[in-house]
Ligand binder design. Structure first.
Ligand code: INI
Length: 171
């Protein structure tokens, strides 16, 4: 669980400089790229993510949502969004279901690869919010309400990374 540190490591880490991002979203500009494929699931992820962003202090005016047809289109849209240099972090949201596609591995792997490359190149944190699921049932379990909604978790990761990166600038 987030924020919990076993007693032993807490002892070992005392006196050691630890750098954490933290979860205040105030002043942070966050972009989201959402796949329309499996929309009934990706919209649930989006709801969870938006709720978590707002609860953690991100202003509505600082959030932008861009829709793409499917997960595979995420990297191209992401490239253009990152080129705008407007956001402290971007969250990508998609659900890819194995039962529905023969090129499941290709879609999942290419999307993840594109996201990783663009994030590293731009030095802007991009959260890989892609759910690869074997069945629709499995996917539904990950877009539930409250803690079972992965969108919430990814929103927190975005805020944490947006706060962390400025702290990692070289001297
Ligand atoms: N895209 C998804 O986001 N999820 C899926 O489950 C999916 N399936 O099943 O095929 C999917 N395919 C579309 C793909 O992302 C592209 O939009 C398409 O190949 C056109 O480039």
């Amino acid at each position: 669980m987030r924020g919990l540190m076993p007693k032993k490591s807490a002892k070992l880490a005392s006196g050691v400089r630890r750098i954490k991002g933290g979860f205040s979203g105030q002043g942070k500009k966050i972009g989201l790229v959402v796949a329309e494929f499996n929309e009934f699931l990706t919209e649930r992820l989006l709801e969870g993510a938006l709720d978590a962003l707002l609860r953690h202090g991100v202003a509505k005016k600082d959030i932008q949502v861009v829709y793409v047809p499917g997960a595979f289109e995420i990297p191209l849209a992401l490239k253009k969004i990152l080129a705008q240099k407007k956001f402290h972090a971007v969250i990508t949201l998609a659900v890819v279901i194995k039962g529905k596609t023969k090129h499941f591995d290709q879609v999942v792997n290419e999307t993840a690869k594109g996201v990783r490359e663009l994030s590293q190149k731009s030095e802007v944190p991009v959260i890989l919010g892609v759910i690869p699921a074997l069945t629709e049932h499995q996917a539904i379990q990950r877009v539930g309400l409250k803690s079972a909604n992965k969108g919430r978790e990814w929103a927190l990761s975005a805020i944490e990374m947006a706060n962390l990166l400025p702290k990692l600038k070289g001297r």
